[in-house]
Design a binder for this molecule. Structure first.
Ligand SMILES: Cc1cc2nc3c(=O)[nH]c(=O)nc-3n(C[C@H](O)[C@H](O)[C@H](O)COP(=O)(O)OP(=O)(O)OC[C@H]3O[C@@H](n4cnc5c(N)ncnc54)[C@H](O)[C@@H]3O)c2cc1C
Length: 166
């Protein structure tokens, strides 16, 4: 990839759920996007665990609600117990105001993978994993290299950096 020729209408820094969702949105509209992620992969560790009905509508808007539906446990409830094993709270929402269950359990690595796979539908989105975006400086607008330990790949030593011109 020639860094001298890299340009895009939108640069998204970070391929977490937010950046990946935004990239899917913009890609669906044909906007040219550069998605820069310092790690080599999407996250591998469990983090967020619940996606609500409004966010499921967002998944629908980017055309991935069926795929996301496969990796969630829809409409789960929670029972809360005291140390004496007495239930003191029950949360079991049944409404589907937005067409989806209110609470849906998931694992963040699975969701991120679905979102990243979804980007393959959009030719206007380019992904740069293993690159760190650095704020533009007046005297330095190209890429450079520096030593950082990227996560998600044990043993990897170098991580490349890219800076942009706004
Ligand atoms: C240990 C942990 C446990 C958590 N547990 C829960 C939980 O139980 N329930 C829950 O709801 N939420 C949990 N969360 C929170 C949840 O993971 C976040 O709300 C969610 O990941 C936010 O998504 P995001 O896309 O906004 O940001 P992130 O997921 O943080 O994604 C941002 C991405 O940007 C990248 N990035 C940042 N700067 C640069 C740069 N300069 N160049 C290139 N890339 C860059 C980062 O590497 C990262 O991948 C947890 C978070 C952590 C860290």
């Amino acid at each position: 990839m020639s860094l001298n020729r890299l340009h895009a209408d939108v640069v998204i820094v970070g391929a977490g759920p937010t950046g990946l969702t935004l990239a899917n949105f913009l890609g669906g509209m044909g906007v040219s996007v550069l998605l820069v992620e310092r790690n080599l992969t999407t996250v591998q560790e469990p983090r967020a665990i619940s996606i609500d009905d409004e966010s499921m509508r967002t998944m629908q808007a980017i055309g991935l609600h069926h795929e996301v539906g496969k990796i969630v446990a829809s409409g789960y409830g929670s029972h809360y117990y005291s140390p004496a094993q007495q239930r003191f709270l029950t949360v079991e929402p049944t409404s589907r105001d937005y067409g989806f269950d209110k609470r849906n359990a998931f694992q963040q690595p699975d969701l991120e993978q679905v979102l990243r796979d979804g980007l393959s539908r959009h030719a206007s989105v380019r992904q740069m994993f293993g690159w760190e975006f650095q704020a533009p400086r007046p005297d330095r607008r190209r890429c450079g290299r520096h030593n950082r330990q990227p996560s998600h790949r044990p043993g990897a030593r170098r991580q490349r950096a890219i800076s942009g011109r706004l």
